[in-house]
Design a protein around this ligand. Structure first.
Ligand code: ATP
Length: 307
């Protein structure tokens, strides 16, 4: 569909990243082909996911945005086979995720969930090294990499020996991200990972994620129902209705500038006098303004031209 990566609406206070995308480190293209999931239940229940198809480019962040119950988590969990589809196929670099064992698949894909999902009886460092160790990485190499990741995520060294219960919510989420990255997966699945932390910490975590992605260039699927988060993080946003029907797919700038219908406009808050987002041209690019004219994000001009 001719969309460039890197077209996200970036934090207005952050340095521009246009044209500075790094080489990919084994990131995979993800293809959903006519994927349907019907959970068992009373006949007549609609499908949680109904014939969803999309190709997600390697090395980019795709945000699945939509209201509660529209099928975001189900879509995400079918990638690592925590949920099995009723029909359709999901391909990673052309290979069907159904070929091979689900355990091996899960160890090759990073997964971050809302409450970090850390093992409570294992120290931080052991949580991070768990999957690499299961994959056969030696103890000292796994620990060295874990310390690198802690550093990358702004986690102080002395947190390594703490238990998850001794961490703040923001620290726990950082550990969750470090753990998901530890086995150097090509794909990172993030299910409302920053939903449970306060807005300031959430902003920090979003910035950290973009910075890390600038270095690692994973293929990330990021689930959220928060429009601002989607605009900030998504190279591309897929806005979903019930049954994971695609209401619109595009860069944040495209959705804001040209919403496909009333549902999209309402979801983005474009019809809401209390929460109007709009675009403005400024020297060096375009910014997204909130209702009081405060710049909440900047549109990557180079990437916009590529799109
Ligand atoms: N294990 C299950 N058994 C039966 N129905 C389920 C199951 N898991 C999810 N569903 C249903 O499937 C639909 C999609 O759920 P899903 O969790 O994928 O949505 P979501 O968009 O991630 O929602 P949220 O933002 O609230 O997490 C919902 O109607 C939900 O009730």
């Amino acid at each position: 569909m001719g969309l460039g990566t890197g077209t996200r609406i970036t934090d207005a206070s952050a340095p521009a990243t246009a044209g500075s995308r790094p080489a990919m480190t084994g990131a995979s293209t993800i293809e959903f082909s006519d994927v349907t999931k019907r959970y068992p239940g009373p006949a007549g229940n609609g499908a949680a996911v109904d014939s969803f198809s999309a190709v997600l480019p390697a090395g980019s962040i795709t945000v699945l945005l939509g209201s509660s119950g529209c099928g975001k988590t189900t879509l995400l969990r079918m990638v690592n086979r925590m949920v099995e589809p009723t029909a359709g196929r999901i391909l990673l670099d052309g290979e069907d995720v159904q070929d091979g064992s689900p355990v091996a698949l899960r160890r090759s894909i990073g997964y971050v969930m809302q409450n970090a999902g850390l093992l409570p009886h294992r120290r931080v460092l052991d949580n991070i090294t768990l999957v690499p160790r299961l994959n056969g990485t030696g103890r000292s190499a796994a620990r060295a990499r874990a310390r690198e990741l802690m550093d990358m995520l702004g986690l102080a060294e002395d947190l390594a020996d703490r238990y998850p219960g001794q961490l703040s919510g923001g620290q726990a989420q950082r550990v969750g991200v470090a753990r998901a990255l530890a086995a150097d997966p090509g794909v990172l699945l993030m299910d409302e990972p920053f939903g449970a932390v306060d807005p300031l910490v959430r902003r920090d975590l979003q910035r950290e994620l973009l910075r890390i992605q600038g270095e690692l260039a994973k293929t990330i699927i990021f689930v959220t129902h928060d429009v601002d988060e989607a605009l900030m993080l998504g190279d591309e946003i897929i806005l979903l209705r019930e049954g994971a029907q695609i209401a619109q797919r595009g860069t944040g700038a495209q959705l804001l500038a040209d919403p496909a219908d009333d549902f999209v406009a309402r979801f983005l808050g474009l019809d809401d006098a209390d929460r109007v987002l709009r675009l403005a041209d400024v020297a060096g690019g375009r910014v997204v303004l909130d209702r009081v004219g405060r710049a909440i994000g900047r549109i990557d001009a180079d990437a916009e031209m590529r799109s």
